[in-house]
Design a binder for this molecule. Structure first.
Ligand code: EPZ
Length: 436
């Protein structure tokens, strides 16, 4: 039985929404609970598919977990295994983070190469190269990768500011006795969150948010006594942007709480170029449009603080309703336009060639039956459905539920006509593809 969203479009979204904790903070932080035995209370943790997959992996390694409302408590004192089961690896690409945290905990790790996914090949060469630069030995056997040996630390440089590789290597470097400097790091806010969590677990990490991170090795003291700590996750800037685009696409007005403007500056600048009015105060943002939307011009996805690739599909939907021509260039992932054809089916005017998509704003879209093919592309179709005329059905919403907690409830709280319906259908499983 698969679930769909059934959406009645044309209703302006209005009201107030509190932004939840960030998926892309929760995943590395949960993996980091393995770095040192302890009992960790992680607050504002989203109840989403990817978090549940990560929870399953932690339990398979010997940890215990339980939930108290939006707090997940992880007891990692019983972690005794260093191998992530293949079945759980294919669930979600972020399981690759366990390599770094297992190396920090027990000096060895074995994982299965995470598959590609609908948005790209998603190699892990930068992760592997960084581990080799740190001094670890890497062995491969088909899809299985072993990593062990001593971490000599020192200065290592990433070939590209990969978010996941930065986070993975921050954790792996804790295994060293000496110190490590990682250069050309990604600077996303979620990396600062991982640093904050590692510090709450007693580790010494500095520089996150800049392109150079310093990690003090904790090798010998790895078996030190366990720790108890509590940590509040960073708010989800991508969830916030997704809801804001739904409000703008439907010509609504809403106030968003628990979101600091400084972590989504480029997205807000885009909204202002489109004619939106944005008022913010500390960690609250109000957004609305008095008139219709106009094209933001050219949007190029870049590593932080550039325009986030995780907002590109949703922005493509929004630009369908914006007057004029918009060019979107996807520089981060090689195939992240899966939503384009579904938008065209709804009446959008979009041409794409390679990394570029040109969107010509139209008066309206017509609701129809569509399919989510990945997390953010699915969210893009929901936005289009909310602003389109008539009814839109979005199938395969399990893609969307991996990264948005209760999207239906959140949009209904803003007056959106959306409900979840069940349908007898087979879940498509493309061989060798993990969730993005
Ligand atoms: C993180 O993925 C996010 N996921 C992604 O969010 C996000 O899109 C991405 O960073 C970019 O911001 C999590 O944090 C859990 P990367 P990650 O390594 O770490 C290439 C979402 O929708 N690359 O920065 O996998 C890679 O193929 C998800 O929430 C290599 O070539 O991203 C891509 O083209 C999707 N070799 C580019 O770098 C490597 O070893 C950026 O990837 C690693 C990456």
């Amino acid at each position: 039985m698969l679930e769909n969203y059934c959406i009645e479009g044309g209703v302006p979204l209005r009201g107030e929404y509190r932004v939840r904790g960030a998926k892309n903070s929760a995943l590395p932080v949960l993996a980091a609970t393995v770095c040192r035995g302890g009992v960790y209370e992680i607050y504002d943790c989203p109840r989403i598919g990817d978090v549940f997959s990560m929870e399953e992996i932690l339990i398979s390694l010997g940890a215990k977990t339980r939930w108290e409302e939006d707090c997940i408590i992880v007891d990692s004192r019983g972690v005794s295994k260093s191998q992530v089961p293949e079945s759980l690896m294919s669930e979600m690409r972020s399981s690759v983070f366990l390599m770094g945290s297992l190396l920090a905990r027990c000096g060895e790790a074995s994982i299965y190469r995470p598959g590609g996914c609908n948005i790209g090949k998603r190699p892990i060469d930068i992760h592997i190269d960084g581990l080799t630069q740190l001094g670890f030995e890497i062995e491969r056997e088909e899809e299985k990768i072993w990593c062990k040996g001593l971490c000599r630390g020192g200065k290592i440089t990433l070939a590209y500011p990969s978010v996941g590789a930065t986070e993975n290597l921050m954790m792996a470097a804790l295994a060293g006795d000496g110190d490590t400097i990682i250069e050309n790091c990604a600077t996303e806010p979620e990396i600062c969150d991982l640093q904050g969590f590692l510090r709450s677990a007693g580790f010494q990490v500095f520089g996150a948010g800049s392109d150079t991170v310093f990690i003090k090795g904790a090798g010998k003291k790895r078996d030190r006594n366990s720790i108890e700590s509590m940590y509040f996750l960073l708010e989800d800037r991508i969830e916030a942007a997704t809801y804001m685009m739904a409000v703008l696409a439907t010509g609504g007005r809403a106030v968003f709480r628990n979101i600091r403007p400084e972590i989504m500056k480029e997205v807000l600048r885009c909204f202002e170029r489109m004619g939106a009015t944005i008022r913010n105060f500390e960690n609250t943002i109000e957004i609305y449009t008095a008139a219709g939307l106009k094209s933001p011009g050219i949007i190029v996805t870049q590593p932080y603080p550039g325009f986030p690739t995780d907002c590109q599909p949703q922005m493509m939907s929004l630009c369908c309703f914006a007057k004029g021509l918009t060019t979107i260039r996807e520089e981060i992932f090689e195939s992240r336009f899966s939503h384009k054809n579904h938008l065209i089916k709804m009446g959008a005017d979009i041409e794409s060639c390679g990394k570029n998509a040109i969107i010509k704003g139209v008066k309206s879209l017509k609701g129809c039956r569509t399919q989510a093919q990945d997390l953010r592309g699915g969210a893009a179709l929901v936005i289009a459905g909310l602003a389109a005329e008539g009814q839109t059905t979005v199938e395969n919403i399990y893609h969307i539920q991996r990264g948005y907690e209760d999207l239906e409830k959140g949009l209904r709280s803003l007056g959106g006509f959306i409900e979840t319906t069940k349908e007898e259908r087979k879940k498509e499983k493309v061989q060798g593809q993990s969730a993005d």
